[in-house]
Design a protein around this ligand. Structure first.
Ligand SMILES: [Zn+2]
Length: 54
């Protein structure tokens, strides 16, 4: 079987202003579900929910 690269870089987008504030590495072996993290948004000036986008 051929080796596949299972790590990819994804962007974390603020659910309020839609700004892509963070980039993170995702391991597709361990996590197949979409990431959603509470992080500080510089545009909203507060903690908001950041969702995974491509
Ligand atoms: Zn925001």
């Amino acid at each position: 079987m051929a080796k596949k690269e299972n790590r990819r870089y994804i962007n974390l987008e603020c659910s309020v202003c839609k700004n892509k504030n963070y980039t993170t590495e995702k391991n597709f072996i361990n996590s197949t579900e979409k990431i959603e993290i509470n992080k500080f948004c510089n545009t909203c000036k507060k903690h908001t929910s950041h969702k995974e986008v491509k």
